[in-house]
Design a protein around this ligand. Structure first.
Ligand code: PPS
Ligand code: ADP
Length: 415
């Protein structure tokens, strides 16, 4: 009996899924299998010879078999599509056709994210100039667009703001403003704006994919607006997550509190301290110390910290966070919103933590009274990506705090 399971793909996969379903990735109708991925990567073609620039894949962290169906849901749990599995690679990537189940409503500008068939039917006759953009359409670019449209004798200029990630809404707003301007200036062509959730790829592939999407929307010609100029804010205004990891009793909370106090004394940045105990009492109340629950605990902390960073704040977290993959997830969450993630490994050895045994937990764990205790009967994966490593064995607290403050100052994260 084939199985049916549910899965929420990540943001990039959801964007690809929407384009597969809408027909914007024509001729693709599903996620690619290993043979197609190999051919696309090596030669820019599918195995049947059709030109296609980029692998479009879906990772599932659990095994499925050919014939199984996977119900793909958005982050809010609404069913978007059904994938019928044709194969799964050893690394987890699944291939197979997708069938629409619901209209995508997650993410901004759902109303403007219309598919090629609907848009083409509305455009009528005459050449279409499609303009894809990932940043503002300034005066110079608008003049270029107008000139190209006039030369093409375009009936329509189709502005396709490519929305993905944090910058998406601003890109759509820019396209809407550009459309208003063109209309007000009495341009000799119609202007339509359609938002397209196309996740960026490396430079040449991104451009080729944009060409394909423009063609799917019926464009006779495609104009790729120049890439936005990145002007990151000054480091002391960027969102930052200071994440301590280490064994129980290693000194995480003591150093984290010291750093928080030092930052508050200095002023200049708002600080959110996600105290481990408070997290376990409120945010993660009821969670155990199983691997699943520890991971969930860390993801929750990461989610809140990333929200703080999104708004330019500084978050300090100090959980054990024993698993490298979960710490990496938090790093990715923070970086995705434009924040900086700094990992401090409080690497005080187990012997010293156990000697301190502030809460008497190690003694209990040794006596078998606390199962799955980190370092005794549960794993701790040492980070190999720490920005700072501190062994507090023979170190006064002030010195440990100073080392972290030094890290923050040297990167310009605080002034
Ligand atoms: N089984 C087991 N393993 C490890 N730790 C345990 C366990 N049971 C309770 N405690 C107490 O919980 C604190 C660790 O919680 P965390 O939320 O930081 O852990 S984790 O990141 O979710 O692994 C930890 O506190 P700290 O000493 O502040 O690290 C312990 O006091
Ligand atoms: N340099 C140091 N940094 C942090 N803690 C230290 C240091 N030297 C000794 N300690 C002591 O080690 C213990 C660490 O406990 P705690 O900060 O609660 O660790 P954790 O949060 O990692 O479980 C405290 O009793 C603290 O006084």
């Amino acid at each position: 009996m084939p199985n049916q399971v549910e899965w929420t793909p990540d943001a990039r996969e959801l964007a690809d899924l929407e384009l597969l379903l809408s027909g914007a990735f024509h001729p693709l109708t599903g996620f690619l299998g290993a043979a197609d991925v190999a051919e696309v990567t090596a030669r820019g073609r599918l195995t049947d010879g059709t030109p296609w620039p980029a692998p479009v894949t879906l990772h599932l962290p659990f095994p499925v078999a050919p014939g199984d169906t996977v119900r793909l849901c958005d982050p809010e749990g609404a069913a978007l599509a059904e994938l019928t599995v044709t194969e799964q690679a050893e690394t987890g990537e699944v291939a197979g056709p997708v069938k629409r189940l619901g209209t995508p409503e997650h993410g901004p500008f759902a109303r403007l994210r219309r598919g090629p068939a609907e848009v083409r039917a509305e455009l009528g006759d005459g050449p279409v100039l499609a303009v894809t953009s990932r940043g503002p359409l300034d005066d110079t670019v608008l003049e270029e667009i107008k000139a190209t449209a006039v030369e093409l004798e375009a009936a329509t200029v189709l502005l396709l703001p490519l929305i993905f990630g944090e910058r998406g809404p601003a890109v759509v707003r820019d396209a809407l403003r550009a459309a208003d301007r063109l209309r007000q200036e009495g341009a000799p062509f119609g202007v339509t704006v359609v938002a397209v959730p196309l996740a960026p790829r490396e430079a040449p592939i991104d451009l080729e994919l944009r060409e394909h999407v423009a063609a799917a929307y019926g464009a006779a010609e495609h104009f790729a607006a120049p890439e936005p100029v990145e002007i990151p804010g000054p480091p002391h205004r960027r969102g930052l997550v200071l994440f301590f990891t280490g064994l129980s009793g290693s000194g995480k909370s003591t150093i984290a509190r010291g750093v928080r106090d030092a930052l508050l004394e200095r002023g200049g940045r708002t600080v959110t301290y996600l105290d481990g105990d408070v997290v376990r009492r409120l945010l993660s109340k009821g969670l155990t110390f199983s691997k699943e629950d520890r991971d969930l605990n860390i993801r929750r902390i990461g989610f809140v910290a990333a929200e703080v960073a999104r708004h330019g704040g500084l978050a300090i977290c100090a959980p054990i966070a024993p698993y490298a993959a979960t710490r990496a997830e938090v790093r990715a969450m923070v970086e995705e919103v434009g924040g900086v993630f700094l990992l401090v490994h409080v690497a005080t050895p187990l012997e010293e933590c156990e000697r301190r045994d502030r809460k008497g937990l190690y003694a209990k764990a040794r006596a078998g009274l606390i199962p799955a205790f980190t370092g005794i009967s549960d794993p701790y994966e040492e980070p190999d990506d720490a920005d700072l490593v501190i062994d507090t064995t023979d170190m006064p607290v002030e010195k440990a705090v100073a080392a972290v403050m030094n890290l923050l100052t040297s990167g310009g994260w605080i002034r």
